[in-house]
Design a protein around this ligand. Structure first.
Ligand code: COA
Length: 539
């Protein structure tokens, strides 16, 4: 086993670059050429690949650190045991590390042809027959110095070939799929006179010797890193965090704040092209934001349940589909809270089952629900916010001067909510009559649409079934809903002793944008008090 410090390669005159990504963790096993660290100057990014297979033993830098040529970034335990093997690894290091040496020409050399100049592939450091995988600009485009012209790719690395100076791209001399070598002419550009003068020396030198060194041709040090970094920027083997993209695309992604691991590449070996990035951003912009929250929800993946046992699929009824849609919208868009309380309905039930039952005609059945409806109307009158709706823009509250109470009815096809209109103008007996009529119509599917419209508040009673409490979902655009569970006898302390009392559980869910917790507690308490004294409800 041999420990080797991995260092920042020659940055070709750039003093410092920033560590923008640490692609490995201590203990990770890496293959030769796996990306270890990504650094960036203000012009380009560059991967620092692993010189050999081994295990990461320490990481000496962190994201955001500034490093220079020769800085140690991490130490690697390599699997070379003999001096010969170590030497081989070190030799390999020289080859795979993105050293910017005279052997690598960073800027596309230009051959002066008079009216225009030919741009040639720079020295590929020993690589040959490299594929052209992207023509980045369009013929006729005015390009800045270092704007990418073409992207080349070997089986190890991709490389942008930039324009050597600002000028106009007259025409490409290669097409996607062509194989090129160091010095192959790739494009013709026309440069301004000023550019020609300042760049005359390198251009002439290139004309004499088409493929030349970085030191000879690079007019500015930052160009050195541009092409050298390009050589290595996507020098990655597919692994979790790695993406296959050229430096121009990486830089654009960083400018746009796009995480490239989210982008699907359409280029060779899933390389991410500029078009892929543009399509990704466009798609994100067009994605419908959830109604109020401004975010998009992930969809549940489809599950094949038949893998686990026999299954049968039945289409949902229209009512269930409509309920599902409304409940989903309400659940996702309304910040809702449920307030619980209990009403002592001992007296109410004594009255209902005693004197009241004796007075009622045989065909009229009054359940606690009619009293609860009446109590709700009184509570809504005392707390108008519970009988309101938020305006569509969320900027104002619309208070309703009517009291239409929806009653959730369980039917074989699903939940329907007929509405007792103007419940404030009706007696407990009227409400009882009307609610049993509406429930019967609902179960017979004979409810007209307008019988289900216009509720300003809803009651969902599971009292005939059971349960101690539940959290009903606010029926938007209403702001509150009352859930009623089954009353039961409980021991209640009356100050001197425990007395058996019939307690009715109440659950009020409310839109917390409209109603705050204290108001909800007061509303629910008030409702409970109304139900505890039947006289309030009969007046
Ligand atoms: N506590 C104790 N007993 C209660 C009660 C309560 N809170 N509410 C009703 N009861 C009793 C009734 O008095 C009746 O008893 P009785 O026959 O001895 O007189 C029995 O329970 C059945 O009442 P029910 O027929 O359910 O009448 P109702 O007026 O209470 O309710 C509907 C009518 C339409 C609301 C009801 O039938 C229904 O469909 N509820 C389901 C609503 C629903 O599914 N909500 C869920 C939404 S998420």
């Amino acid at each position: 086993m041999t420990m080797q410090n991995v260092t920042v390669p020659d940055l070709g005159g750039i003093e410092q670059v920033e560590v923008i990504e640490i692609s490995v963790a201590v203990g990770d096993r890496v293959a030769a050429e796996d990306t270890l660290i990504v650094v960036e100057s203000d012009k380009a990014s560059m991967d620092i690949p692993s010189p050999a297979a081994g295990i990461i033993r320490s990481i000496d830098v962190k994201k955001g650190d500034k490093v220079s040529t020769g800085s140690v970034v991490l130490s690697l335990e390599i699997s070379a045991d003999t001096p010969a093997q170590v030497a081989a690894v070190q030799a390999q290091n020289q080859i795979v590390n993105p050293q910017i040496t005279d052997a690598v020409s960073p800027v596309a050399p230009a051959v002066n042809t008079g009216a225009s100049e030919q741009i040639c592939v720079p020295d590929l450091g020993g690589m040959s027959q490299v594929s052209v995988i992207e023509l980045v600009a369009k013929e006729g485009d005015s390009l800045n110095a270092e704007a990418s012209l073409i992207v080349l790719e070997s089986d190890k690395a991709s490389m942008d070939v930039p324009a050597p100076r600002a000028g106009v791209l007259l025409r490409y001399l290669v097409k996607v799929g062509d194989k090129v070598n160091s010095g192959t002419p790739i494009a013709e550009m026309r440069f301004s006179a000023a550019e020609k003068i300042s760049a005359a020396q390198p251009a002439v030198a290139v004309a004499q010797k088409p493929v030349q060194s970085a030191a000879q041709s690079a007019p500015a040090a930052d160009k050195v890193i541009t092409a050298a970094a390009a050589l290595n920027a996507s020098d990655n083997l597919p692994s979790g965090k790695d993406v296959h993209a050229g430096p121009a695309v990486r830089m654009l992604a960083r400018e746009l704040g796009v995480d490239l691991t989210q982008v699907k590449g359409s280029g060779p070996r899933n390389r991410i092209l500029k078009e892929d990035l543009q399509a990704f951003v466009k798609q994100k912009m067009q994605q419908p934001a959830a109604a109020a929250g401004g975010f998009a929800l992930p969809e549940l993946p489809a599950e094949d349940f038949s893998r686990f046992g026999p299954v049968e699929s039945k289409a949902l009824s229209k009512i269930k589909l409509a309920t599902a849609r409304n409940m989903r919208i309400s659940w996702l868009t309304i910040p809702q809270v449920t307030q619980f309380d209990e009403a002592d309905i001992t007296a109410l039930e004594e009255y209902r089952k005693g004197p009241m039952a004796a007075m009622l005609p045989a065909d009229v059945k009054v359940t606690p629900l009619a009293f609860i409806t009446k109590a709700c109307v009184k509570a809504l009158q005392a707390f108008p916010a519970f009988n309101s709706s938020l305006s569509a823009d969320g900027q104002s509250l619309i208070y309703k001067g009517y009291y239409h109470v929806g009653i959730a009815v369980d039917t074989p096809d699903g939940l329907v909510v007929p509405v007792i209109k103007d419940a404030d103008k009706k007696s407990v007996t009227d409400i009882a009559r009307e609610s049993s009529l509406l429930a019967a119509k609902a179960r017979d599917k004979k409810l007209p649409l307008d019988a289900m419209a216009g509720a300003s508040f809803t009651i969902s009673s599971l009292g005939g079934i059971g349960g101690t409490a539940f959290t009903p979902i606010v029926n938007a655009p209403q702001v509150a809903i009352l859930g009623v569970s089954k009353a039961s006898i409980k021991p209640v302390w009356d100050g001197k002793q425990f007395a058996p009392r019939l307690m009715l559980p109440l659950s009020v869910s409310y839109d917390h944008r409209v109603v705050d917790g204290a108001e909800a507690a007061r509303f629910t308490r008030y409702l409970a008090e109304l139900l505890s004294d039947v006289r309030h409800l009969l007046l």
